[in-house]
Write a protein that binds this ligand. Structure first.
Ligand SMILES: [Zn+2]
Length: 125
């Protein structure tokens, strides 16, 4: 049962009023309409981005704040994935550029050693 009351003087109010008829102050919707949304929704959205996305869509009108929180968590996870992918791509690119350099240096060094060995064998014979 929805009971609305003035948060200043505590008198019961009709649902339609915006100002308390007893004390004249603006009625704040501290009762049924105030939504409690916690960081928990962000965490849920982060660890289960798909659930966060579903909650975001389902609650969009009914619970806009919780919806936003869950969607925000999913968004963070999504950005986190993008960040990870970018890091991976940068890592692969750097491996392709510098890794090849290393391989070339390594090969020339090997060739040099090999030549030394060959010359060494020549000395022995
Ligand atoms: Zn009042």
């Amino acid at each position: 049962m929805k009971v609305k009351y003035c948060s200043y003087c505590g008198k019961d109010l009709k649902d339609s009023v915006n100002f308390c008829p007893y004390c004249g102050r603006e009625v704040t919707y501290s009762g049924a309409k105030k939504e409690k949304a916690s960081i928990g929704w962000i965490i849920l959205g982060f660890f289960f981005p798909l659930v966060g996305l579903i909650l975001f869509l389902v609650w969009l009108k009914e619970r806009p704040l919780a919806s936003k929180y869950a969607g925000f968590g999913a968004l963070i996870k999504f950005l986190f994935y993008i960040y990870m992918i970018i890091i991976m791509i940068l890592f692969v690119i750097s491996e392709l550029i510098f890794g090849v350099d290393k391989a070339i240096n390594h090969n020339t060094k090997d060739d040099f050693n090999h030549q030394q060995e060959v010359y060494g064998e020549d000395d022995w014979s």
